[in-house]
Ligand binder design. Structure first.
Ligand code: DGJ
Length: 737
């Protein structure tokens, strides 16, 4: 065993500190939260009290909490060697601090035969990343049941918030008091899941969008997972997450290892907006982050799914392309239905060849027309799946993943049991190198043959009973999918990829490391999207969240919404259309074209600024916006989601601006005279021509707002007055009445 380092590890960045002491020989997690400053007291004097009827030593909360130190909360490591060596006693053998803000801590237990190497860093912007790698040093196999990443939570935390959902209703928040015990969110979908927490947060009583202390975690993993808050009887609370491993899923041969997914964590003293700041800074700091950083604005997209579904007819699709180009669309995506045998969702998955009957000339006539209009061409694929009714399944029945212990489960009627079908489909076993190579080869060939700039990569079922050669294989399948994406990106670096999973069934930082946006939901109903996008946006910045203006009457809820509400909603994301725009009436088409122009004008701001969400007390109203980092401009949306208890909204605060700067605020869209959006005798006077006010006034006193009809929104443009332009204005209002 090595000698523990004398000095504690204190990582400090962007207002956040992580303090780890080594004086017991174990990395003791003393603090994760507000920056403690450079001067520390003598930590050897700060060991906890030893109570009656307890272990005779102060119990350490280790980097990997372990029973051998007396930890009786959720253990950080569970593993064994055929029932032996079940309790490790990990001790520090090395600490390397590579650069300010990051370190590698190595712990080992020679007797148990395991070494764990932990990488931890706090990024610019304050997002912490932590992962472990466990190595089997022993001479026989080591079965790993769990290796968790945890962090301490301040005693002030009394409430928990996380997200849940279902298909077409992703990312809805739920809150509960933090009591003693463990709050665990388990995901057993084999994918991230529509109900995944996305963010698990603990905070001070009533913490809100812009107030209260918050500690939050997210696991960057697209397979099975658990996130938890563990409030232990000794009074301490930890927050963390781990991959949820199947029975016997990870058995490490001698001299092999297992790496956990990254745990991402943030602390904020200013509510959930501070957590979003940390995540957004991390995303936007990546060299390959799409959008402003790459210098290429996110193209306005038209996806044909809700316009034509499986009804692929070239003349219609060409007309749609022409119509979209005329509106200002920049990317055209051909969705499901183009490949062999795919007339509906019961057949064809796996046969990634253009359907010769429907597309006798291949995709070229459409690709040429789309690119000829100056738009990018995108194509839908679902590479991880296989239809039982497909040439691929008929040729390789053993490529269908399932629980069977023999190598060839076969089709129904043969001798292997398959998992229950989901959307009539099965999962392709990508752990099988031949299956992986086949899919890679087909996608690579398509990308070489056609000018495809974008793949909408779908994944439409849970991985139930996911197995390879009789063993659970969600872990290996997830890594195989990652490798497929990585290799395709390497081979086709210019191609962007969208991650879709029946909408938002796979939204996590693991998939987002190798894709360029997520499809937040199959629900294009603007009212539902207000919640879905707001809470997805807690972690994922708007430039990565696909948000489309759907048909007037939503296909998934049958609600009808004006164009203005659909557009104001889609504006705060990666904007697009999912609508048959060929036959729009004149004024609606003009309005839509103006909305697209408006989005393009505000796109640089929307895709780079800070997300701001007011703590609006009226539950029928929401106020969110994006403020540029220099505080020079902002775009806010006031949204009415229901009828209000109040006769009129009164003064609504616009937070997040520079307090002492002077601003001009203008109502942008819909026009004040739009009778569908507003119901009142008279607007507040400022609505006609704008108003000048300081950031402090706007944040603390606010502006009187018009009476919005329910399920309507109003865009507000805010610009800082400069010496030259005392009441600088910009932006062109969309006339729609
Ligand atoms: C599910 C996706 O979420 C939809 O947008 C669409 O692409 C369909 N799959 C196509 O099958």
């Amino acid at each position: 065993m090595g000698v523990p380092p004398a000095e504690p590890l204190h990582l400090r960045r962007s207002g956040t500190s992580l303090l780890i002491d080594f004086s017991t020989g174990e990395p003791a997690m003393l603090h994760f939260g507000a920056d403690l400053g450079p001067a520390l007291p003598d930590l050897s004097l700060l060991g906890d009290a030893v109570p009656h009827s307890a272990l005779d030593i102060p119990v350490t909360l280790g980097l990997i909490p372990q029973a051998s130190s007396g930890w009786r909360g959720r253990p950080g490591l569970r593993g064994h060697r055929n029932g032996q060596a079940f309790s490790a006693r990990l001790r520090v053998v090395g600490v390397e601090q590579a650069e300010a803000g990051s370190a590698v801590i190595t712990q080992a237990d020679a007797e148990a035969g395991v070494t764990v190497r932990t990488e931890v860093r706090i990024n610019d912007g304050g997002l912490l990343q932590l992962r472990h790698r466990l190595h089997n040093d022993g001479a026989d196999p080591y079965s790993l049941d769990e290796l968790a990443a945890v962090l301490p939570v301040g005693r002030a935390a009394t409430e928990v918030l996380d997200l849940t959902g279902r298909w077409c209703r992703e990312s809805h928040p739920q809150r509960l008091p933090l009591h003693q015990g463990t709050w665990v969110r388990s995901g057993r979908h084999g994918r991230t899941g529509h109900d995944a927490p996305l963010l698990l947060a603990a905070g001070t009583a009533g913490f809100g969008n812009r107030h209260g202390q918050v500690w939050a975690v997210h696991l960057g993993w697209s397979g099975n997972h658990e996130s938890f808050v563990d409030a232990v009887a000794d009074g301490r609370t930890v927050i963390g997450a781990s991959e949820l491993l199947g029975a016997g899923e990870i058995v490490l041969a001698p001299d092999t290892g297992y790496e956990t997914p990254w745990l991402f964590a943030a602390y904020s003293a200013a509510g959930l907006d501070g957590i979003s700041d940390a995540f957004y800074a991390w995303f936007r700091g990546r060299p390959h982050h799409p959008g402003s950083r790459s210098g290429k604005a996110r193209p306005v997209t038209l996806n044909v799914w809700e316009a034509v579904y499986f009804d692929h007819r070239l003349p219609v699709l060409l007309e749609l392309a022409e119509s979209a180009a005329g509106l200002g669309v920049e990317r055209y995506v051909l969705d499901d239905g183009w490949f062999r045998g795919r007339r509906n969702d019961t057949a064809g998955l796996g046969d990634w060849y253009v359907d010769e009957e429907r597309w006798p000339g291949g995709l070229a006539p459409l690709v040429d027309a789309v690119t000829g209009h100056g738009m990018e061409f995108g194509l839908w694929v679902e590479p991880e799946m296989i239809s039982e009714d497909s040439d691929l399944a008929r040729a390789h029945p053993d490529w269908i993943a399932g629980p069977a212990t023999h190598a060839t489960p076969g089709l129904p009627g043969s001798n292997g049991r398959l998992p229950e079908r989901w959307r009539h489909q099965q999962v392709l076993d990508l752990v099988n190198p031949d299956a992986w190579q086949y899919v890679f080869g087909r996608l690579d060939a398509l990308l070489r043959e056609y000018r495809i700039s974008y793949l909408k990569w779908d994944q439409n079922r849970d991985l139930t009973e996911m197995g390879h050669a009789g063993r659970p294989s969600v872990h290996d399948q997830t890594l195989a999918v990652y490798r497929l994406l990585d290799e395709l990106r390497k081979a086709h670096p210019g191609v962007e990829i969208e991650s879709c999973s029946s909408g938002g069934g796979r939204v996590d930082l693991g998939i987002l490391e190798r894709t360029d946006r997520i499809w937040a939901s199959d629900c294009n109903d603007a009212l539902e999207r207000q919640t879905i996008q707001r809470w997805t946006g807690l972690v994922v910045p708007p430039e990565l969240v696909g948000s489309h203006v759907g048909p007037t009457t939503s296909h998934t809820t049958a609600r009808t919404h004006d164009l203005s509400f659909r557009a104001v909603t889609a504006m705060f994301g990666h904007f697009g259309l999912e609508w048959d725009v060929r036959h729009l009436a004149g004024s609606e088409r003009t309005e839509l074209a103006a909305v697209i122009a408006l989005f393009k004008e505000y796109r640089p701001l929307l895709h780079s600024g800070r997300m701001v969400r007011a703590d609006e007390p009226d539950p029928s109203l929401r106020l969110h916006g994006v403020v540029s980092h220099d505080g020079a401009e902002a775009l806010f949306a006031l949204v009415s989601v229901a009828t209000s208890y109040a006769e009129f909204p009164g003064r609504i605060c616009l937070p997040g601006l520079l307090p002492d700067a002077a601003y001009r605020v203008e109502a942008l869209y819909p026009a004040a005279e739009d009778r569908r959006a507003f119901l009142q005798t008279e607007h507040p006077a400022w609505l006609a021509g704008g108003v000048d006010a300081t950031g402090r006034f706007l944040a603390e006193s606010g502006l009187p707002m018009p009476v919005l009809n329910p399920e309507h929104g109003l865009l507000l443009a805010v610009r800082r007055a400069t010496a030259d332009t005392p009441a600088a204005t910009g932006g062109h209002a969309v006339r729609n009445s």
